[in-house]
Design a protein around this ligand. Structure first.
Ligand code: UD1
Ligand code: CA
Length: 419
């Protein structure tokens, strides 16, 4: 198959978000909507991505950097007009172009692959992703001819009463033949209820020219949902949360409460690990088998947790490498650290990893016992088989097999309180 190009439409304003930011830069699980779309296109095998920016374009370009090529839409004159801005980058090229929205962020790469595959296999010049909605209000309707072929797409505002009853809607994702798309875009007009250039009119134009067009129905409607306000942003976050959590459960992870477990993208968790409620696990974290995590644990970026580890309540980990069988059971902040295997970190222990200028590392060996409420002033290294007394503030390295006590001795002034 020839290389496929993607056009991501990201020029819109997002008025209903009531935001000072570009709409597509709002985040779901720490990742901007448009970054999700671009990454999904990459995962679908598309390497060449044209992003049409407009409103707050500098902000969007700063986030996407040189991962994409930019086209610029000065005035928002409709989706057809958006696609027209990509023409200079498409001219002279052959093959397929996939059109995606920058604010429809949880579409799956498999769905994009399917629409491309269908368009190639069925030799279609336009393949439209559709969905069946119980309430299709607001969407473009798929109009079919007597033999069931897609004839055109009619927008809500242009639809007659009969057409409004149609429940099959245009999801807004398409795969086009590049050359025929350009020719069709050049024929678009804005003679419709909204006075906009509709990308959807390309279907009718191609059909009138005798070019084959088709549709593919999305299997999971949630993939077609967009973000237009904060409620939809929350809803998509919830859908993504459940989708990610289900994947981990299918892999053998126990999640006690999927509504209160926040696992970001690209996390690996081994089987028989149990995640208790109110746990957040950030992108890229790796957790082994048979671990126990939470409740109320916060596992941030860069953590690698081996098998049979316990991370208990109110524990925050950042860039922490935790060895097999080690326990951090309660109320700890362990950041920029490496902890060996079978070590116990007492309640309230923290790494003081930041001196106000730079971050430093704490290294703790195997088979060690750290008493409660210990502070490690990084950089510091603690050997294997050590015992750190409760309440110690460890500023110097601790050799292996040692007991280390770093606290003031207690003085009792007898009778003092009677005076
Ligand atoms: C569009 C489709 C409709 C479909 C729906 C699915 C058209 C004419 N209609 O409708 O059939 O059911 O999507 O969600 O295409 N954008 C720009 N520049 C513009 C206009 C839009 O970048 O000038 C971007 C928006 O930011 C948004 C996307 O394109 O990300 C869709 O635009 P929107 O106005 O929401 O399209 P709809 O009217 O909902
Ligand atoms: Ca916390």
């Amino acid at each position: 198959m020839e290389d496929v190009i993607a056009v991501v439409m990201a020029a819109g304003k997002g008025t209903r978000m009531k935001t000072n930011k570009a709409k597509v830069l709002h985040k779901i699980y720490g990742k901007e909507l448009v970054v999700r779309v671009v990454e999904t296109a990459y995962k679908a095998g598309i390497k060449d991505i044209i992003t049409v920016v407009g409103h707050k374009r500098e902000e969007v370009e700063k986030v996407l950097g040189d991962s994409v090529t930019y086209a610029y839409q000065e005035e928002l004159l409709g989706t057809g007009h958006t696609a027209m801005q990509a023409i200079p980058f498409l001219k002279g090229r052959k093959g397929k172009v996939v059109v995606l929205y920058g604010d429809v962020p949880i579409i799956r790469p498999e769905t994009i692959k399917k629409i491309i595959a269908k368009s190639v296999l069925d030799k279609e010049y336009a393949t439209v992703l559709t969905a069946i909605y119980d309430n299709p209000t607001g969407y473009g309707r798929i109009i079919r001819d007597a033999s069931g072929n897609v004839k055109e797409i009619v927008e809500e505002k242009d639809a007659n009463e009969e057409q409004k009853k149609i429940k099959e809607i245009n999801a807004g994702v398409y795969c086009f033949d590049i050359e025929e798309l350009i020719l069709a875009l050049e024929k678009l007009d804005n003679h419709n209820a909204q006075g906009e250039y509709y990308l959807t009119d390309v279907i009718k134009i191609m059909n009138e020219k005798g070019l084959k067009t088709g549709t593919i129905v999305v299997e999971d409607n949630t993939e077609t949902l967009g973000v237009n306000d904060r409620m939809q942003l929350e809803m998509l976050t919830r859908i993504l949360r459940i989708r990610i959590n289900q994947k981990h459960m299918e892999n053998g992870v126990t999640i006690e409460d999927t509504n209160n477990t926040y696992i970001y993208d690209d996390v690996e968790i081994g089987p028989d690990t149990v995640i208790h409620p109110n746990t957040t696990i950030k992108s890229g974290v790796v957790i082994g088998e048979n671990c126990e995590i939470g409740p109320n644990a916060y596992i941030r970026e860069g953590c690698k947790i081996a098998d049979n580890v316990k991370i208990g309540s109110f524990v925050e980990l950042k860039k922490a490498i935790i060895g097999e069988g080690t326990k951090v059971p309660h109320l700890s902040y362990m950041g920029d650290c490496e902890i060996g295997s079978h070590t116990n970190i007492g309640c309230g222990t923290i790494t003081c990893n930041y001196d106000g200028f730079k971050k430093s590392k704490t290294i703790i060996g195997n088979n060690s016992f750290v008493g409660s409420n210990v502070n490690f002033i990084a950089p510091v290294t603690v050997g294997d088989n050590t015992l750190i007394a409760a309440g110690s503030t460890i500023t110097d390295d601790v050799p292996k097999d040692s007991l280390s006590i770093a606290r003031e001795r207690q003085t009792n002034k007898e009778g003092w309180n009677k005076k």
